[in-house]
Design a protein around this ligand. Sequence first.
Ligand code: CA
Length: 489
Amino acid sequence: MNKPNIIFIMTDDHASHAMSCYGSKINRTPNMDRIAEGGIRFDNCFCTNSICAPSRATILTGTHTHINGVKTLGDKLDNSLENFPKIMQRGGYQTAIVGKWHLGQGEKHHPTGFDYYNVLPHQGDYFDPLMIEMGERKVFTGYVTDIITKKSIEWLKGRDKDKPFMLMCHHKAPHRPWLSDDKHKDLYKDEDIPLPDTFFDEYDNRSEAAKRAKMRVERDFNALDLKIQIPDGYEKMDSLPIPDDVTGLEYTTWEGEKVTFKSHRALKEWKYQRYIKDYLRCVAAVDDSVGEILDWLESEGLTEDTMVIYTSDQGFYLGDHGWYDKRFMYEESLRMPLIIKYPSKIQPGTISQAMVLNLDFAQTILDTAGMKSPDFMQGRSFMPIMEGKKVDDWRQSMYYRYWMHLAHHNVAAHYGIRTMDYKLIYYYGEALGTSGSIDNPTPEEWELFDLGKDSAELMNVYDEPEYFEIREKLKKELAGLKEEAQDNE
Ligand code: CA
């Protein structure tokens, strides 16, 4: 049999609860659904560090972020490290990456392992983006999602047809600041998007870390996020403080509409609608892109032997818990969408509850291509699960760590364990020598959630006597996972 082709499509910050194949209540993603319906949907895919650059480094190298050196957004990937595209390249694959890279630039950090690369520097722009094509800086005219799609398909068309290919198509969307293209700008214009169940969460019975996070829909967006004129006295990136009495508050939207608010609740709901509609418009453009790639594969007769993967670097809060953004180990940002279509190996309509991680992607892709993965990789191939084989010793728990203590959105660093039934999180505050706030130190604290009873994670049961036994058991298991992950800090 010929080696399979691989197309790995990854978006930035696309939560699975904004995909109709995952039962979204707020949007439709017909082309992404084609992948899920034609293949497998993983309901428990998690990232090991819920933030852009670290997740990408883990995917490429198959290692935890403290091993590959990209623990934070400020870290760059040492491009001399082994990664799965290099192994595929040596094994006869043509490889390419188009779109978001976010792992540094220059001689030591540009993409390696790729015959072709054309990537956005840093976060990249939504319109007329500057890109770095094989080391050369070029501005491309148009909308970033369309450009990434076009450049991906151009590379596919120009490839050597005697060799299998592996393409990583990495979209910027739907990352902040959620700028829509013209085609989708009026989508949802005359309707309200439903509010998430936990929209009015007040963080009672939760950690100080949750209470102190600055990622609230009501209070922490800036003018660009909301597409409103910057009020006098504020800078572009400033969040907009909320007066006690909001009835005197007036915003002017980019469309020129003046908006006032009768209550705090009305203000919060208005901000949610502004945010979520733009987010979903960006997702809609990505969905079109996915459709274009699937159609192209069909037109070339490549569908059967091509594995198409769709995922995102982490999840996101879509107003859940009254938040936007990510970072926390809570479900909405821990969970990654993961749908994979590969007709010659995966039965259509398969759904898996197996706990898989971004840490597994490198080994899974290498396994699919019939290649051995190096011993230093820390995940495991889930190809047998996709083929419907019974895997008795599959993992039942995972290790998570977020390192950027109070760096962005005032989120405290933490690590923890998620099992199929529980989640235990340790916010270590300044206890591990972490630099933090001296005036207002963050407490060292724990959270335990009983996911079977409380999937929304609204009740920390860490101090409930009936959970003492499970709590101590999980602490032991967490220590074991930390050691196994070779995290000694
Ligand atoms: Ca991201």
